[in-house]
Design a protein around this ligand. Structure first.
Ligand code: SF4
Length: 266
């Protein structure tokens, strides 16, 4: 067994837990990892390479893809290529002019993520990959849960696995890892994360939610675990209002209640 790229047991165990629980990997899968050069995607690549070398039961193919959004002229820097070379992972690059299209948007992140994912999935299909691995971790899931609630009025977050058309799926093997532990283990990688150069970073709704969560968690350590528990459905403790009825249904309810006359309660 290969001794390169060791991964601490507790992290390894939770990555396997996500793989098994959410059916993220099958023997023979071809996995394309979205690699931005940031800490999370660099960690994901390292972790999957470690898994690939240290297990015999689930053999899979691994490659990386980087999307250049055009935020900085020197992207991707040579260090990203060196990191992948050390890992022994094949690298694909997609050049785009995404940055220019996002310049005047008030909250560009949803659009940006959508277009990035679209471009990466297109390439995955062209090259015959059946999994696209993304580096979302547990904190991302909880923050997205709050973001959807606050800014979209929806009780939802991303799933560990999303099936797309044509047999392609998005997988998120880091969903059981906390951001802080990824940070703590970055030394393993021998790679300095690369700033994206995006001018919107640090001014997003996500940043506000992250800071709010951080503040609340300092006051009460159960806030995070409560939110994470609420993210799971179905739960016996779900107590939500029924869906907003359409006009016809509401009129029918009035007729039934008042025996024909609408609005008599006023
Ligand atoms: S912060 Fe920048 S790179 Fe990240 S999703 Fe938003 S617009 Fe895209």
């Amino acid at each position: 067994m290969d001794s390169r790229f060791p991964l601490p047991r507790s992290l390894n165990r939770r990555i396997w837990r996500a793989i098994v629980e959410f059916d993220l990997l099958r023997p023979g899968d071809r996995v394309l990892v979205g690699f931005s050069g940031g800490k999370d995607s660099a960690f994901l690549l390292y972790a999957l390479r470690s898994l690939q070398l240290h297990n015999r039961r689930v053999p899979f193919t691994l490659a990386a893809v980087t999307l250049d959004a055009g935020f900085r002229p020197d992207y991707p820097p040579a260090s990203m290529g060196e990191f992948l070379k050390d890992l022994g992972v094949e690298w694909h690059l997609i050049r785009t002019a995404l940055a220019a299209g996002l310049a005047n948007r008030k909250d560009p992140c949803a659009r940006c993520a959508y277009l990035r994912r679209g471009a990466i999935c297109r390439l995955a299909r062209e090259l015959g990959f059946n999994r696209v691995a993304l580096a979302h971790h547990h904190d991302d899931a909880v923050e997205t849960f709050l973001l959807s609630l606050f800014y979209a009025g929806k009780l939802q977050t991303f799933r560990p696995k999303t099936e797309l058309r044509g047999g392609l799926s998005l997988i998120r093997p880091l969903v059981y890892l906390r951001e802080a532990e990824i940070r703590r283990h970055l030394g393993l990688l021998g790679f300095d994360p690369v700033p994206s150069g995006c001018p919107h970073e640090g001014h997003t709704h996500r940043r506000k939610v992250k800071e709010l969560l951080h503040r609340l968690c300092r006051e009460n350590r159960f806030v995070y675990t409560n939110l994470a528990a609420a993210m799971r459905i179905p739960s016996a403790s779900v107590e939500l209002w029924p869906p907003m009825p359409c006009r016809e249904k509401l009129q029918a309810a009035y007729r039934l209640f008042f025996g024909g006359a609408e609005g008599e309660e006023e």
